[in-house]
Design a protein around this ligand. Structure first.
Ligand SMILES: Nc1ncnc2c1ncn2[C@@H]1O[C@H](COP(=O)(O)OP(=O)(O)OP(=O)(O)O)[C@@H](O)[C@H]1O
Length: 897
């Protein structure tokens, strides 16, 4: 495509995927003005070997002014046809008819992230000839080289040390291009194109550069990863405080489960098997090459069988339902006609008639269904009645009821006698009207008493598997179709209306089979609250009466239809029951999704790690799951609920945690108060001590790897991410691993100990040093070795190590509380195999708290920002109404500067 002249305007709200709602609002307030530009496709540039650009197109600003500052001299002149010059370009017809020069800036080039298939208005009727285009490309190339030179001379560079900065050193921080940051996930353009010049005056200097500066600022202020998550979590926390239900659950400082014999842990009983299994795996990667024979295969054997479930096809947009358009109504009995929920509730409560439970009906039903679903999944061959019995027993145990066999059998009878919903009879009257009514079979042993269905409701004759209440079964749809076709051969699937309450089980297969669907979302029925992010468009009503009313009136209430396009993202579903809906975090070892249980809505976190096929590297996640097994039984360390393989990826399902410490630091506007640092330090050292007591050295202590718990654990700090952790004790010999100094760097350079920078094997002392560095980063918001310049990664690692060992660290400690000097003095005094004095380190922070008369009350800065100079960042979009804010302010002073 030839280079095109275009009128463009910055669209600040276009990059919405990256910034918060508040940022979007602020962005919408930015006034932007059109500017004239030359648009060139990156591929055209590549043909001319100028550069490889990330975005499909590039815009070069045209202005009556020459560029200034860093970009001084980076332009070509646009002249009328007759003019000449080394960098003169010829445009037909001349853009400026009165002969005044215009300049096209060769740099900065503005990446245009518009999708290639997007409809754009025709370019303006100007034309740059071939010779001029070549001149322009050459000029851009020259100027890019010059820019590189200029950048290396910019005075603000920081070598991290006292010496002069060497020429040509570059910065890591600048390796992340702004282009990437502005590109949205969906690839929207941030430049809107305007079709005609209209009354646009080319002699007005464009304002695009200052607009972009404001835009970048907004982006930096409001696109923090985790801001939403953190805000939601903090508001939830504050709400509890407001309701005065906040009971700080500060864990014991030293857990009684920690027991080490001498300096090194001894592995006994159950732990021994877990440790052996961990030791036998070849991950983590710590500088040794993977043996050749292992490189091409997955090392870890999966103990868990791969779960079996159908993945829904992409949904289509559902046409609206008209009563006349369907001739067959198929009822999925439970939830739409048969009230199983009440039967469950009666059955469970019958287990303890004397014990007045304060658990809600909904919770009871959820507990039962959760247990029944997981029992069914784990024992697919057992009889449904057995699974139901087990589930009743599980719920009784969970609710603290003591039951006996007779009570269980009685409860089971109640469960097997569900009644019809009250609205069934009258609704069927309406729906009948010459239509065929069909009901899906129930798993054959589920009910001893068949619900009392009207005689004209056929039960689909079909072999039912033992229990399919929790399984997706597309073959049901085939059976429906062949049953119907037996009497009405010309029927089309779209003439069948399937009525169900089971979003997951029935809706997805029915939509895939082309049926119309109606979802009965009875408010009291937990299944109704299932959110399904595959967002199948369906007709959604509260009960059968509402369905009849709507069909009778043939209302087309758009609110009742979900006409979304689900095809842009098909989220994961794990074990068939856990639906991933948003990303909680991303790291080098996987992506962490938030997921919810399809039937109970319980939220969990799911870590998914795809093997890197190009590098032939197996996933590290199974290894991490093994580390978790070794670390079982400590408040503040998660116990994964399940780990295994799913869809080719390694998956670990664990409890959902709140935000990590780095997200909370950002939320607290950059750093924490000393009180919060002390309270955190007490918990952090205890977590690390526990890991050490189990023979594990963490090797990646950093703010992102500590996260706060949820609900009753909201004051508990959890230690996460053991992907690069390692046993420092050989479980066979019981000896400490030997010292080496030929290791690759492990951990995160910003926080890792200075030993790690010089290839030394890491041991317990290094976790303590990384803890100190992490706390310093949280206290000051920044470490001196962040964003230093160096010619290569190796040089940078070396330089950071020097800084940690030398003046920079010394200077940092001199402006930090003395506790940190003692902490580092201790960690640096330890020999490779030495056990740290955890008690002494705890004592340092405890002493400071006593001295300052601070309580270890669980009121961290995010819950109570009295100790923060700048307050927290509660976005305006979350501001409470006056009454709530007034009430809350008694507990939490809020500032918004
Ligand atoms: N159970 C959880 N609940 C909520 N958020 C979590 C959970 N586990 C992890 N996260 C979030 O995801 C982020 C990354 O997780 P994690 O450190 O386990 O990934 P990783 O790939 O091992 O990262 P790294 O690159 O640091 O090794 C964490 O910082 C945390 O914010």
């Amino acid at each position: 495509m030839p280079p095109a002249f275009t009128l463009a305007r910055l669209q600040p709200t276009g990059a919405g995927q990256w910034i918060s709602n508040l940022g979007q609002q602020k962005a919408a307030e930015l006034t932007t003005r059109p500017f004239l530009a030359l648009h060139i496709l990156s591929s055209d540039f590549n043909r001319d070997k100028v550069s490889t650009w990330l975005s499909p197109g590039i815009l070069f600003v045209i202005s009556p002014q020459k560029p200034e500052g860093l970009y001084r001299g980076f332009y070509c002149a646009l002249y009328p046809a007759e003019a000449t010059g080394r960098r003169a370009l010829t445009v037909y017809p001349p853009i400026q008819p009165n002969g005044q020069p215009l300049y096209i800036h060769t740099l900065p080039a503005l990446p245009d992230t518009r999708m290639l298939n997007e409809v754009v208005p025709d370019p303006l009727p100007y034309h740059l000839d071939d010779a001029s285009f070549r001149v322009f490309c050459h000029a851009v190339r020259e100027d890019m080289d010059e820019l590189r030179r200029r950048r290396s001379d910019v005075a603000s560079r920081n070598s991290g040390g006292l010496e002069a900065v060497q020429k040509d050193w570059d910065s890591w921080s600048q390796q992340t291009s702004r282009t990437n940051a502005r590109r949205t996930r969906l690839g929207e353009s941030i430049f809107e194109r305007l079709p005609v010049l209209g009354n646009f005056d080319v002699l007005n200097p464009p304002t695009i550069y200052s607009e972009l500066r404001l835009f970048y600022q907004l982006e930096a202020d409001y696109s923090w990863q985790g801001l939403h998550l953190t805000s939601d979590w903090v508001l939830h926390l504050r709400e509890s405080i407001r309701e005065q239900q906040f009971i700080p659950n500060i864990p014991q400082l030293a857990s009684s489960t920690i027991s080490t014999y001498g300096d090194l842990p001894v592995f006994m009983n159950d732990l021994c098997a877990a440790v052996d299994a961990l030791f036998a795996t070849a991950i983590p990667y710590d500088g040794q090459k993977l043996p050749e024979e292992l490189a091409n295969q997955s090392i870890v054997r999966w103990e868990d069988p791969s779960p079996d479930f159908d993945v829904a096809e992409d949904a289509h947009i559902c046409p609206r339902i008209h009563a006349a358009e369907f001739h067959i109504v198929v009822f999925d009995l439970i939830g739409s006609l048969v009230d199983r929920d009440t039967a469950i509730f009666k059955a469970v409560t019958s287990l303890s008639p004397t014990c007045k439970s304060d658990v809600s009906r909904c919770k009871v039903i959820q507990l039962f269904m959760d247990s029944e679903a997981s029992r069914t999944r784990s024992n697919p061959d057992s009889l449904p009645i057995d699974n139901m019995r087990c589930a009743l027993h599980d719920v009784a145990v969970r609710l603290g009821y003591t039951t006996d066999n007779d009570a269980l059998e009685h409860a089971l009878q109640l469960l097997r006698q569900p009644l019809l919903y009250e609205d069934v009879t009258s609704a069927l009257e309406t729906l009948r009207c010459g239509r065929m009514l069909l009901a899906l079979p129930l798993p054959d042993t589920l009910f001893s008493v068949r619900p009392d269905l009207p005689s004209d409701v056929d039960l689909l004759a079909m072999e039912t598997p033992r229990c399919d209440l929790y399984t997706q079964r597309s073959e049901i749809c085939d059976a429906i179709l062949s049953h119907v076709k037996a009497s009405q051969p010309s029927i089309d699937p779209s003439e069948i209306l399937l009525v169900t309450s089971y979003t997951y089980r029935m809706l997805e297969p029915a939509r895939a089979a082309g049926f119309q669907t109606a979802l009965i979302t009875r408010p009291e029925c937990p299944l109704s609250s299932v959110r399904l992010d595959t967002a199948l468009p369906t007709y959604s009503v509260n009960d059968l009466r509402a369905l009849c009313d709507a069909l009778d009136r043939r209302v087309e209430d758009s609110q009742k239809y979900k006409e979304e396009d689900p095809s842009f993202w098909t989220p994961y579903r794990i074990l068939g029951l856990w639906q991933c809906d948003k990303i909680l975090g991303e790291g080098s070892f996987g992506t962490i999704y938030n997921a919810f249980h399809l039937f109970t809505n319980e939220e969990v976190a799911i870590k998914v790690d795809m093997p890197d096929e190009e590098l032939h590297q197996p996933c590290a996640l199974p290894y991490e799951a093994k580390v978790y097994r070794v670390l079982k039984g400590h408040l503040g360390i998660l116990e994964p609920r399940w780990d295994g393989e799913e869809g080719g990826a390694s998956v670990m399902l664990m409890d959902r945690l709140g935000p990590n410490l780095n997200q909370l630091r950002l939320f607290c506007r950059g750093n924490f108060s000393l009180k919060t640092i002390c309270m955190l330090a007490l918990q952090m050292i205890t977590r690390i001590e526990f890991a050490h007591s189990r023979g594990i050295v963490v090797r990646d202590v950093k703010p992102e790897n500590f996260a706060m718990g949820m609900d009753e654990h909201r004051s508990v700090l959890f230690l996460l991410d053991f992907g690069v952790s390692k046993l420092y004790v050989n479980p066979i010999t019981g000896k400490h691993i030997p010292f080496r100094d030929d290791r690759r760097h492990i951990g995160t350079p910003r926080y890792s100990s200075f030993n790690s920078h010089f290839g030394r094997e890491l041991s317990r002392r290094d976790d303590i040093e990384a803890l100190g560095t992490t706390l310093l980063a949280l206290l000051h918001g920044r470490l001196p070795w962040q964003d230093i310049y160096s010619p290569s990664i190796e040089a940078k690692m070396w330089r950071m190590g020097e800084m940690k060992a030398g003046y920079a660290m010394h200077e940092l400690l001199s402006r930090s509380p003395p506790e940190f000097t003692w902490l580092f003095a201790h960690s640096r005094s330890l020999a490779f195999e030495d056990k740290p004095n955890y008690e002494m380190i705890r004592g340092l922070f405890l002493h400071r708290m006593r001295y300052e008369e601070w309580e270890n009350d669980g009121l961290f800065d995010w819950a109570d920002c009295r100790f923060l100079k700048k307050g927290t960042l509660i976005p305006e979009e979350y501001q409470w109404d006056d009454e709530v804010a007034l009430d809350a302010s008694r507990f939490i002073p809020m500032t918004w500067s």
